[in-house]
Design a protein around this ligand. Structure first.
Ligand SMILES: [Zn+2]
Length: 69
């Protein structure tokens, strides 16, 4: 079996910046790492990192929701 891809390569695959190597599909260790990285990615995408952007999103939804007084 070939060597494990580097963590950088797995990270790029997890963020869909490049396709994961075939190795990952057959390596439990790399699959587990990829799953963890994708989980972190999903958490990050749910929480906007910039406060200004978060306020913008809140204002955006506030306009969509009916006023409740
Ligand atoms: Zn591996």
């Amino acid at each position: 079996m070939e060597l494990h891809p580097s963590l950088q390569a797995l990270t790029r695959a997890a963020y869909d910046l490049e396709p994961s190597s075939e190795h990952v599909e057959f390596c439990v260790e790399c699959l587990e790492t990829l799953r963890r990285l994708r989980g972190e990615r999903d958490q990050l995408s749910r929480k906007p990192s910039l406060p200004g952007r978060q306020n913008g999103v809140t204002a955006f939804f506030a306009r969509l929701l009916p006023n409740r007084g």
